[in-house]
Design a protein around this ligand. Structure first.
Ligand SMILES: NC(=O)c1ccc[n+]([C@@H]2O[C@H](COP(=O)([O-])OP(=O)(O)OC[C@H]3O[C@@H](n4cnc5c(N)ncnc54)[C@H](OP(=O)(O)O)[C@@H]3O)[C@@H](O)[C@H]2O)c1
Length: 262
């Protein structure tokens, strides 16, 4: 696994985000964010030690001003690993789900991912390029990205956005010092389902620790990681086909950009 100097982990207060924070080696400083200050402080306390920088920054990623502040903090700390993990789901038919929850889901799962990525990527690339190192970007999507999911319609669509955005970004950044990975977990034992209003998990669940560790190992080696072995096998053809299509679309778009002098 590549060594990073400073990682920003969103959604670090529980589940897969907390597992990422715990899985990163102590040589990597941490900027942990989420809304739950007590959970952030508890995790920071647990992970601080031996000269390691562990900073916390409470932020609601659905709020633009909070995102701007967080980005400023991340830039000041020279983040070279961005883990866009925070996310939420809302279970039920769109026509009945609370409108504010649907909008919050789009803000956190889509808007915040684009905002943080676009704002931090140039600095991450420039710093690592000049120092001869590598930067990393992980976007936590889902196996739900591969199909529309009734009763999780908006959620699955946000995850499809993240997958598509991350795959295209990985192609755009392929000749730079930034590695991009889209992580697609299957059911994982976290607070996610409870919070989404689902009484049970669909299928057998993985633990968040192994999911985070697999993703960190895959960063720089793969572009899309379906973490659960049965889902990985079932989606192997789909992911390979998508990679070919992304490469083809990239070639067409670059030709157009060259013609336009871009
Ligand atoms: N669990 C699964 O089965 C599963 C499967 C596939 C993909 N995923 C994806 O994995 C990611 C992590 O989810 P999880 O399973 O670990 O669920 P989780 O335990 O509920 O964690 C979600 C994290 O997102 C943060 N978050 C939610 N809304 C936020 C907001 N408005 N502002 C800032 N942070 C916010 C939460 O922090 P605060 O509450 O402190 O703000 C929390 O740390 C999500 O993107 C989810 O879509 C999960």
């Amino acid at each position: 696994m590549q060594q990073y100097r400073m990682a920003l982990v969103t959604g670090a207060t529980s589940g897969i985000g907390a597992a990422f924070a715990e899985a990163l080696p102590r040589e990597t400083g941490l900027l942990l964010t989420g809304r739950d200050r007590a959970a952030l402080d508890a995790l920071a306390m647990k992970l601080t030690g031996e000269g390691r920088t562990v900073e916390t920054h409470a932020a609601d990623l659905a709020v633009e001003a909070d995102r701007v502040e967080l980005i400023g903090r991340a830039e000041a700390l020279g983040v070279d690993l961005l883990i866009n993990n925070a996310g939420l789901g809302v279970f039920g038919p769109v026509a009945r789900n609370a409108l504010d929850r649907e909008m919050e889901m789009v803000a956190v799962n889509v808007t915040a991912v684009v905002h943080l990525t676009r704002a931090l990527l140039p600095g991450m690339a420039a710093r690592t390029q000049s120092e001869g190192g590598r930067a990393g970007l992980i976007i936590v999507s889902s196996v739900a990205a591969f199909t529309p999911v009734p009763l999780l319609a908006t959620y699955a669509a946000t995850k499809t956005f993240e997958l598509s955005f991350g795959e295209a970004l990985a192609d755009e950044m392929k000749d730079t010092s930034v590695d991009v990975l889209v992580l697609c977990p299957g059911a994982t034992r976290t607070k996610f389902f409870d919070r989404a209003g689902m009484a049970e998990m669909p299928g057998r669940a993985e633990l968040p620790g192994p999911v985070a560790r697999k993703a960190l190992r895959a960063l720089g080696r793969e572009r899309v990681l379906v973490s659960q072995p049965p889902a990985r096998a079932a989606l192997l053809l789909a992911t390979a086909r998508r990679r070919l299509m992304v490469a083809g679309a990239g070639r067409v778009m670059r030709r157009i950009a060259r013609r336009e002098g871009g």
